[in-house]
Design a protein around this ligand. Structure first.
Ligand code: PMP
Length: 420
C-alpha cells in the first residue's frame, strides 16, 4: 500500500484543496456508485461529486453517446456557436423537461458552473427590475464568485474573500426561528414598512432544500408565500436548483411539487450528465433583455456536455427513474429515522428529501468522526451545515439497490461501533 498517497498534492497543489483531506487516497476509477483507488480498494460513493454525478460514474448509456460523438469528429468546443449537439440538447430539454411541465423558459448558457448560473441570474434580475438588492437566506450556498458569495451565508467562505460585499440582505430561511414562525411574514413586513431600511430587492434567491447549509427544507406553503410576496412587489423569484435539480429530490426540478413557478431557475452539476461542466439559467421570455454578447464566456459551448446532457435526459422520458428514486428515498428515510431514534442522545434528527438525506448530530465532531470512519470502511460521505454537524448521504440516483443497502449496513455498523 502507498503510505503517503498525497505527497505530490501536498507539495504542488495549493492549500485550498479540501476534499482530498477528508478522503485521503488517490482515486483511479469509477463505475456507477463505486469508486476505486490506487490500491484497488473500493468505495461506495454516497457523495456523487457533490451532486454532479446523479447518473453515476461512467454511466454506460451516456458514455456510448460520448464515444460515438468523438469517433465521428464531433466538435468539442464551440464558444456559443450553433452546433448539432447544442441544437439536439435544446430540443430535447424543451420536449422532455419544459413542455410536459407546462414551463415557458428561454435557456441561457451562462458559463460552465453553478456559480456562473447564479451570477447571471443576479445580473438579469437587476437589469429587468432596475434594482440592485438581492434577498437571500440564512445558511444559503450559491457559489464562489464575489456576487454569488455575497448571497452565501457561510462566514468562513465569505471571510476568505477578504471583503464584505454589499447589495444582499439575509433573512431567516424557513424553520430558522423554529417550526411555528413563518419567516416570510418578516419579508412582507419589511417591504411594507418605508422605515424598515430594506431596499426593495431585484430578486429573492432560494434553495428549496439547503444542500450545503445543513439539509433544511422549505415547505411548499412557505415557498408559495414567498412567490406571492415577490409577485406583489415585482421581485423576481430565483430558485437555485444547482444541487437539488436533475432529480435529486425526486422530481426533475425540486420545486415541481410545490406549485410555484420561479422567474429564474439556476441549474448545473448533473445537467451535464456525466460530470461534465455545464450550467443553464432558465429565464422567462419577457425577461430576456440581454443584448447579444452582453454575458460572454469562453466555455459556454462544451459540446461533450451537450451530448451527455441529451443522453441523460432520456432518464426523464418516462417515470422509471423517478419511481426508483422514490423507492430508494424511502429506504434511506426509514433507515435514517431508525438510526436517529436509536441514537437520539447523539443525533438530533434525520433530515432531507429524496436522495439527499442525512443525520444532524448534536455535536459537529460526531458527524465528522462518522464520515471519517465510513471512509476507512469504504464509503464516501460528506458533512454539511453551518457547523458541519450533518452527515450527508447523496448517492447517485442510479445506485444499485444492493449497493445502497450495503452502504447503509456499513453506516449502521459504524454507528454501533461508535456508540455502543
Ligand atoms: N448553488 C448551489 C445550491 C450549490 O450547491 C452550489 C455548489 N455546491 C453552487 C450554487 C455553486 O456551483 P459550482 O460549484 O458549480 O460553482
Amino acid at each position: 500500500t502507498v503510505k503517503e498517497p498525497l505527497t505530490v498534492f501536498n507539495r504542488l497543489e495549493s492549500e485550498v484543496r479540501s476534499y482530498c483531506r477528508s478522503f485521503e487516497t488517490v482515486f483511479v476509477k469509477g463505475s456507477n456508485a463505486l469508486l476505486q483507488d490506487r490500491n484497488e480498494k473500493e468505495y461506495i460513493d454516497f457523495f456523487a461529486g457533490a451532486g454532479a454525478l446523479n447518473y453515476g460514474h461512467n454511466n454506460p448509456q451516456i458514455r456510448s453517446k460520448l464515444i460515438d460523438y468523438l469517433l465521428e469528429d464531433g466538435i468539442t468546443h464551440s464558444l456559443d456557436m450553433a452546433t448539432d449537439a447544442k441544437e439536439a440538447f435544446l430540443l430535447r430539454f424543451q420536449e422532455t423537461i419544459l413542455e410536459p411541465r407546462g414551463l415557458d423558459y428561454k435557456v441561457m448558457f451562462p458559463g460552465p458552473t453553478g456559480t456562473n448560473s447564479v451570477e447571471s441570474a443576479f445580473k438579469i434580475a437587476r437589469k429587468v427590475t432596475g434594482r440592485t438588492n438581492i434577498v437571500c437566506f440564512t445558511n444559503a450556498f450559491h457559489g464562489m464568485s464575489l456576487g454569488s458569495l455575497s448571497a452565501t451565508g457561510n462566514a468562513f467562505k465569505r471571510g476568505g474573500a477578504g471583503v464584505q460585499l454589499s447589495g444582499t440582505t439575509f433573512l431567516p430561511y424557513d424553520g430558522y426561528l423554529g417550526p411555528l414562525v413563518d419567516t416570510t411574514a418578516l419579508l412582507e413586513k419589511l417591504l411594507q414598512d418605508p422605515g424598515s431600511g430594506l431596499d426593495t430587492p431585484a430578486a429573492v434567491i432560494v434553495e428549496t432544500l439547503q444542500g450545503e447549509g445543513g439539509l433544511s427544507a422549505a415547505s411548499g406553503k412557505w415557498l408559495r408565500s414567498l412567490e406571492r410576496i415577490c409577485r406583489e412587489h415585482g421581485i423576481l423569484l430565483i430558485i437555485d436548483d444547482v444541487q437539488m435539480g436533475c432529480g435529486r429530490t425526486g422530481t426533475f426540478f425540486s420545486f415541481e411539487s410545490t406549485g410555484i413557478t420561479p422567474d429564474i431557475v439556476c441549474l448545473s452539476k448533473s445537467i451535464g450528465g456525466y460530470g461534465l461542466p455545464m450550467a443553464l439559467t432558465l429565464i422567462k421570455p419577457e425577461h430576456d433583455l440581454w443584448q447579444p454578447g452582453e454575458h460572454n464566456g469562453t466555455f459556454r459551448g462544451n459540446n461533450l456536455a451537450f451530448v451527455a446532457a441529451s443522453a441523460a435526459l432520456r432518464y426523464w422520458e418516462d417515470d422509471s427513474l423517478a419511481g426508483q428514486i422514490r423507492d430508494r428515498s424511502e429506504i434511506i428515510a426509514d433507515f435514517l429515522r431508525r438510526m436517529a431514534s436509536r441514537y437520539s442522545d447523539r443525533i438530533a434528527e434525520s433530515r432531507g428529501k429524496g436522495m439527499i438525506q442525512g443525520l444532524a448530530f448534536h455535536k459537529p465532531e460526531d458527524a465528522s468522526r462518522l464520515c471519517k470512519l465510513m471512509f476507512e470502511r469504504g464509503v464516501i460521505m460528506e458533512t454539511s451545515g453551518p457547523r458541519d454537524e450533518v452527515a450527508k448521504l447523496m448517492p447517485p440516483l442510479t445506485i444499485e439497490d444492493s449497493l445502497l443497502k450495503k452502504g447503509l449496513q456499513l453506516l449502521e455498523a459504524a454507528l454501533s461501533d461508535l456508540y455502543e
